[in-house]
Design a protein around this ligand. Structure first.
Ligand SMILES: Cc1cc2nc3c(=O)[nH]c(=O)nc-3n(C[C@H](O)[C@H](O)[C@H](O)COP(=O)(O)O)c2cc1C
Ligand SMILES: C=C(O[C@@H]1CC(C(=O)O)=C[C@@H](OP(=O)(O)O)[C@H]1O)C(=O)O
Length: 367
């Protein structure tokens, strides 16, 4: 299947289906000399793995990662890094009926329309499990970024109609509640809302926010390789993402130049900074040195047990009640997926930036 690769210099290819033997990723372009072990990657995968709370699919998987190549004596070698997670808890019989019809909101119809045939078990390649490869590669990119002083904080900003109160924002709270919300009060309200949705055999959506700090000014290339354009593509490539905005995003439409422009100032060290950050850290497709702030809107999980109308493969209208295991909300599990795609995109752009100036090239080759 074409389309499974993203990135120019730090290039990742994800592979595998939800009910196949396993899922994984090949990373090509990771520099040699990075200290890397399975635990570095597992920490990220554990944030995504299913079955962790009442608000997650009950499918039980360890999602244990194995490094197949590209690492020798605990360090990357510069050759392709291949990572695999074996699938262990497939219930393919849940999909026997689904094989004959198209779930509203899922990718069943479009896969059949395109290929004339699909691996219907667990949604095949369109399953949320495809994101395992992204998170495994994201852990590697994030480890490199951390060594460069770049940190990424990602969390659930809203769940259904409940949004965090910025005055109660507490980063330490994010990993304390299963919804990954930085506001304990909002998390408790969101949990009650989700219980109501579950009781009604329904699902919910929400918004994930991502804040990237420490990115130097000038990362991203003008015109077609703008960092905001590449972030948008990377984030929109995640299943169930239906909206993306940088900085003030859609709210800029109602702003004026005076309220939307961020005044430049110099800080106490003489460095250029901005008084505000409506731009979300990106100007002209390049980072401006302020935190990069973006949001992704995630739709409600399409597979719900409530009665729904659809058609079968013969085009006959039918009513369905989807059985099996599904996330009542995707948002908390997608937080680390968003963070991973951001890390991959930022590091890829930083590698491209290394060839932007003569002095950088001379520094590298004339040492
Ligand atoms: C982490 C994650 C978990 C998901 N879990 C489910 C799920 O349990 N059930 C489901 O129907 N869809 C789930 N999805 C969403 C589908 O994969 C997605 O809606 C489908 O591929 C159609 O793509 P689209 O929503 O981008 O159009 C999940 C997505 C992600 C990223
Ligand atoms: C297992 C995961 O989530 C799965 C994502 C998913 C879908 O349609 O996206 C459907 C369900 O698959 P199954 O019917 O095989 O249990 C979820 O459980 C995962 O993301 O790791």
């Amino acid at each position: 299947m074409a389309g499974s690769t993203i990135g120019t210099n730090f290039k990742i290819t994800t592979w595998g289906e939800s009910h196949g033997s396993g899922i994984g990723v090949v990373i090509d372009g990771c520099p040699a000399g990075l200290s890397l072990c399975e635990e570095d990657i597992q920490t990220y995968l554990n944030r995504r793995k299913p079955g962790q709370s009442a608000f997650s699919t009950p499918r039980k998987e360890d999602d244990a990662v194995h490094i197949l190549s590209g690492v020798f004596e605990g360090r990357t070698t510069g050759t392709p890094i291949s990572l695999i997670v074996v699938n262990e808890n497939q219930h393919s019989k849940d999909y026997r009926e689904i094989a004959s019809y198209y779930r509203p909101g899922h990718a069943d119809f479009t896969f059949d329309a395109k290929y004339g045939f699909r691996d219907y078990r667990g949604g095949g390649r369109s399953s949320g499990r495809e994101t395992i490869g992204r998170v495994a590669a994201g852990a590697v990119a994030a480890k490199i970024l951390k060594e460069l002083g770049i940190e990424i904080l990602t969390y659930s900003k809203s769940i259904g109609p409940i949004t965090i109160d910025e005055t109660r924002f507490d980063a330490a709270e994010i990993t304390k509640n299963p919804l990954y919300m930085p506001d304990a009060d909002a998390a408790a309200k969101a949990a009650s809302y989700l219980e109501e949705c579950k009781a009604m055999q329904n699902s919910a959506g929400g918004i994930i926010e991502c804040v990237i700090t420490g990115v130097p000014a000038g990362i991203g290339d003008p015109v077609f390789e703008k960092i905001d354009a590449n972030l948008a593509k990377a984030i929109f490539s995640i299943g169930a993402v239906k909206g993306f905005e940088i900085g003030d995003g859609f709210a800029v439409a109602a702003a004026t130049g005076l309220t939307n422009n961020d005044a430049f100032v110099t800080d106490e060290n003489g460095s250029v900074t901005k008084e505000t950050n409506h731009a979300g850290g990106i100007l002209g497709g390049m980072s401006d040195g302020s935190p990069i702030v973006f949001r992704a809107a995630i739709k409600p999980t399409p597979s719900i047990a409530s009665t729904q109308k659809t058609i079968n493969k013969n085009g006959e209208e039918i009513e369905i009640n989807i059985k099996g295991r599904h996330d009542p909300i995707i948002v908390p599990r997608a937080v680390v997926v968003v963070e991973s795609m951001a890390a991959i995109t930022i590091f890829d752009a930083m590698l491209s930036n290394m060839s932007a100036r003569m002095d950088g090239i001379k520094d590298f080759y004339q040492k």
